[in-house]
Write a protein that binds this ligand. Structure first.
Ligand SMILES: [Zn+2]
Ligand SMILES: [Zn+2]
Length: 276
């Protein structure tokens, strides 16, 4: 997803939205404040990646964003990211960050490499906390690279991100004509690509009776789109109902919907920064 103009644009919008939702969603305020601080760090890393890579560098070819991983650019940032998280995160994640910080540069290289070439929840050589740390750290780097790549083809509707092969974090309904168009947002590089309106984002199931949708009164613009074939769900942010929403942030704030889904034995397609 490309943000509104300028360096750091998408991060500015996310940080601003987290601030807005903190006052209207008191139950999520702690989580949103934590997100705001991480997003502040991510914004700085995003801007540094953009300028550090410089002009004239070849753009990553379509679908192959993860061929490249510039560890020399990233490792100094990773050290400060880990100390930062050790300071601001809730205790279990803070401890994991401090431990990884102490493990040293060889382990950092392994962890970043492993996450980059697999998936946060399918990287067998990483603990869950290491996966979460490496994933949130690499997001802004991936998003900066994605900004250089050609846009996804509008007529293709793949299950995985057309730029990096990552899974979607959240769905989006955007106004189009008299209705809405559905897209998915990549959990790693934030690319947004078109997807079928009625189809499971995890397995592609298309039978309407297998695809329950749950909407709570308090979050009229957030839909839990579940699938009874594969038991996964994704939240989709309906921008036709709230044009100010910022999908990744509104998804984080709708914590009660994640609880509802878990109680109903649906598994999130991709857990978010808060681990839910
Ligand atoms: Zn991606
Ligand atoms: Zn499914």
């Amino acid at each position: 997803m490309t943000g509104a103009g300028g360096s750091g644009g998408p991060w500015e919008a996310r940080i601003r939205r987290a601030g807005e939702l903190t006052s209207s969603h008191p139950f999520a305020s702690e989580a949103l404040r934590f997100y705001e601080r991480i997003a502040g760090f991510q914004k700085a890393l995003y801007e540094s990646t953009e300028s550090g890579r410089g002009a004239g560098r070849p753009a990553p070819p379509p679908g192959e964003l993860r061929q490249e991983l510039e560890l020399s650019l990233l490792l100094p940032w990773f050290a400060s990211f880990l100390s930062f998280i050790a300071e601001i995160a809730p205790p279990p994640l803070a401890e994991a960050a401090a431990e990884l910080g102490a493990a040293g540069v060889t382990r950092w290289q392994e962890v970043l490499h492993e996450l980059w070439h697999t998936e946060v929840d399918a990287a067998p050589r990483l603990t869950a906390a290491e996966g979460l740390l490496a994933w949130s750290f690499l997001q802004p780097y991936a998003e900066a690279l994605a900004g250089e790549a050609p846009p996804p083809k509008p007529d293709e509707t793949p299950l995985l991100c057309p730029r990096c092969g990552g899974r979607p974090q959240v769905g989006v309904l955007r106004p189009e004509g008299h209705g809405a168009r559905r897209s998915l947002v990549c959990a790693l590089c934030a690319t947004e690509w078109n997807y079928r309106r009625i189809a499971c984002a995890a397995c592609g199931e298309e039978k309407v009776e297998k695809l329950p949708v749950y909407v709570a009164e308090d979050f009229a613009h957030v839909r839990v789109e579940a699938c009874d074939s594969c038991r996964h769900y994704i939240k989709t942010i309906d921008l036709t109902k709230d044009g100010h929403a910022v999908p990744v942030v509104d998804e984080l704030a709708a914590i009660p919907l994640s609880l509802w889904a878990a109680e109903n034995q649906y598994k999130k397609l991709k857990t978010n920064l808060l681990g839910v």
